[in-house]
Design a protein around this ligand. Structure first.
Ligand SMILES: Cc1cc2nc3c(=O)[nH]c(=O)nc-3n(C[C@H](O)[C@H](O)[C@H](O)COP(=O)(O)OP(=O)(O)OC[C@H]3O[C@@H](n4cnc5c(N)ncnc54)[C@H](O)[C@@H]3O)c2cc1C
Length: 299
């Protein structure tokens, strides 16, 4: 491992860490160590990392803000590629933009709104990166990434490839981005609108979010997807699970589809609570809730 880390340090300006605790990089503040943790500074560095990892046959996965991830307590066997440094933003006069996969969605929303560009203002407050938001087709209110996405540059072991939106096939909290590709950058197309109106809509969203989701403790947003025609939080609430806890993990008193880390929660606590919620809701309604959060790593 140390030889590979040394080789990566030779080609990267960004950090290369061995055994970095992933709980430091997830919004739940939960997660064991990554065998390797690399943070490329540019698309070229990203391609070089992917090429080298393919040569040595090491598994890897991309990490954005870790706002939709539950990393098990045993950590991740392989390389975590942290995208946080790829934050480029190039706006063009025709209402399109090329933005880096590691750009925080909130920064993008602010820049778009300032330019009078509409299409993602409802996403204000989602603590995601552009790459994570494309892969999950993050959305809120009437909007989702699918509404503005023209295409994406996907990095892989063989190089960079442009995929148009039709091929990326964004659906409810899902897309066709393959597991062996990383969204290095996205091309977005906005519509034009009044900047002040957009700004007031952002403020409205942020305040609604604070009211509904200000749970005050580390979390990963909605844990379960909404089943067709149903709201997950309501099903959980009506099953009497609000406030239920296992170890350091607790179903939020404020938002029943959030699980919070009350302090010292392990992934095992969260997983056991997830299982309990699924069984209780299924027993009462016959509906099997499907997790929205992604679970990775070793028990
Ligand atoms: C308080 C809170 C509120 C939230 N509200 C919402 C909401 O309103 N709507 C909503 O849709 N979601 C919401 N979320 C969930 C989360 O923000 C989204 O799912 C988001 O898309 C995850 O982005 P990320 O960058 O954090 O991805 P991560 O959690 O880091 O990763 C998630 C998955 O995406 C992959 N990935 C990340 N970056 C890339 C990349 N560049 N290329 C390829 N794969 C990549 C990872 O490998 C992983 O499989 C919320 C979360 C929190 C904590």
């Amino acid at each position: 491992m140390n030889a590979l880390a040394a080789e990566l340090r030779g080609i990267l300006q960004g950090p290369v860490l061995v055994g970095e605790l992933l709980g430091r990089h997830t919004t739940w503040r939960i997660g064991g160590p990554a065998e390797l943790f690399v943070a490329p500074r540019s698309e070229q560095e990203l391609l070089a990392v992917l090429h080298l990892l393919a040569q040595v046959g090491m598994p890897w996965m991309a990490l954005g803000t870790g706002s939709n991830l539950l990393v098990r307590d045993g950590g991740y066997r392989g390389a975590i590629i942290h995208m946080g440094a790829l934050q480029t933003m190039e706006f063009r006069d025709d209402g399109t933009a090329r933005v880096g996969g590691g750009l925080p969605v909130m920064r993008l929303v602010r820049q778009a709104v300032r330019r009078g560009l509409a299409g993602i203002e409802d996403l204000a407050g989602i603590p995601a990166t552009v790459g994570g938001a494309v892969v999950m087709n993050a959305g809120a209110g009437e909007q989702a990434m699918a509404g503005v996405l023209q295409g994406a540059f996907l990095a892989g072991a063989e190089g960079m490839e442009y995929w148009p939106a039709a091929r990326l096939d964004l659906r409810y909290r899902a897309s066709a981005v393959p597991a062996d590709r990383i969204v290095a950058a996205a091309i977005l197309r906005f519509s034009f609108a009044d900047a002040e109106m957009l700004e007031s809509s952002v403020q409205h969203r942020l305040s609604a979010r604070r009211k509904a989701q200000g749970v005050g403790k580390p979390n990963a947003g909605s844990v379960f997807k909404n089943p067709p025609g149903q709201q997950a939080w309501r099903l959980i609430d009506e099953s009497g699970m609000r406030g239920r806890s296992v170890g350091g993990a607790q179903v939020s008193e404020k938002h029943a589809n959030f699980i919070v880390n009350r302090g010292g929660a392990r992934a095992a606590d969260v997983l056991s609570l997830i299982g309990e919620i699924q069984e209780t809701v299924r027993g009462r309604t016959g509906i099997m809730l499907e997790p929205e959060v992604q679970v990775i790593g070793e028990a």
